[in-house]
Ligand binder design. Structure first.
Ligand code: 13P
Ligand code: SF4
Length: 327
């Protein structure tokens, strides 16, 4: 018995082994590969990974890898960051087209024009951007260190890109003005504050203390205003573990719920509601392009591979290294 997967450009479907997990483990050893996965990957992929983490943890892990191959289960900018930090390793991804609405919404030529309109600004870019945009930046940040990095920059005018919600959150945290590129994440901007209020009322008990809302800073401010905790995916998981509330509403991609349930199985974990109840818009369509089948093929064929022109890699490396020193 074997599974079949149609592959673009091929007439006959691929024959896949039935025990995909077992084959992935075997190939991982055979290829001397490490599997890094973001929390937004489906649970089967998270469970096969050597490291599961947020963007900062995965960048740090990638930098240290001494195996021959990094298999990156996440989106393109994350795998690209791994290649920038560890260029002598082969970096492969299950699906090369797994993008990100923030990175895709900030094309390098447009960003260049935006920066030309704001001369003399220090450029802080969220890691969710392309290598070209990183190369135009002074320092990179992630959701877990953005405010910490901005605080260290002193009294200089700052351009913050590409997420305007994270920019607003950081501006509030650091009590300073930031010039924001107007990007948003399609997943985080679809949460509904109105439905969240209703859900809190249903589960919160008379004084609301039974429920906590944990949100990612990419959410709209109306959602963040209802949050008891705002932080990165790792921050949300850690807060869920520490929280004394028996009910937790999670306003980020529901992939993180897998790790939360493993660590606090007795708590009730609810995915925050979206504006359109008929759609699973809270799952990241880019992250979910990676499947077990594609992961198997990627390990078998060591493709698709992330490659980068060396001068671009070096220009993108500088602000990432600066972030790692500052966080
Ligand atoms: P984290 O760095 O918090 O994992 O966020 C990555 C991301 O893409 C959020 O949408
Ligand atoms: Fe990008 Fe949003 Fe997906 Fe995160 S959830 S990878 S920001 S599209």
């Amino acid at each position: 018995m074997s599974n079949h997967l149609p592959v673009a450009g091929q007439k006959t479907p691929e024959r896949l082994p039935t025990d995909l997990e077992g084959e992935i483990q075997r190939l991982k050893r055979e290829r001397n590969a490490i599997l890094l996965a973001h929390y937004y990957q489906e649970s089967e992929i998270q469970d096969l990974a050597d490291v599961v983490g947020d963007s900062l943890q995965l960048a740090r892990a990638a930098q240290k890898v001494d195996r021959d191959v990094i298999v990156f289960c996440g989106v393109h900018f994350m795998a690209e960051t791994a290649k920038i930090l560890n260029p002598t390793r082969k970096v492969v991804v299950p699906d090369l087209t797994a993008g990100c609405s923030l990175a895709d919404g900030c094309p390098a030529p447009d960003f260049r024009r935006f920066l030309d309109q704001h001369p003399g600004h220090t450029v802080v870019s969220y890691i969710n951007c392309t290598a070209e945009v990183k190369a135009m930046s002074d320092v990179i940040c992630t959701s877990s260190n953005a405010a910490k990095i901005v605080r260290q920059l002193g009294d200089v005018p700052i351009v913050f890109a590409p997420d305007r919600h994270l920019a607003r959150f950081v501006a509030k945290e650091t009590k300073r003005d930031l010039v924001a590129w107007p990007g948003t994440c399609i997943v985080h901007e679809q949460f509904s504050a109105k439905a969240l209020v209703q859900l809190k009322l249903e589960h919160g008990g008379p004084d609301g203390s039974r429920v906590e809302v944990l949100a990612h800073p990419e959410c709209d401010e109306s959602v963040l205003a209802l949050a008891d905790y705002i932080g990165s995916t790792t921050g949300i998981i850690e807060r869920a573990v520490k929280s004394t509330s028996p009910v937790l509403i999670i306003a980020t991609e529901p992939g993180v719920i897998h790790q939360i349930k493993k660590r606090v199985p007795d708590k009730e974990i609810i995915a925050a509601p979206g504006m359109d109840e008929s759609c699973a818009c809270n799952t990241c369509p880019h992250m979910r392009k990676n499947t077990l089948e594609k992961l198997y093929l990627c390990l078998r064929d060591l493709a698709p591979e992330i490659t980068l022109e060396e001068s671009l890699r070096l220009r993108a490396l500088r602000p990432i290294e600066r972030m790692l020193q500052m966080s």
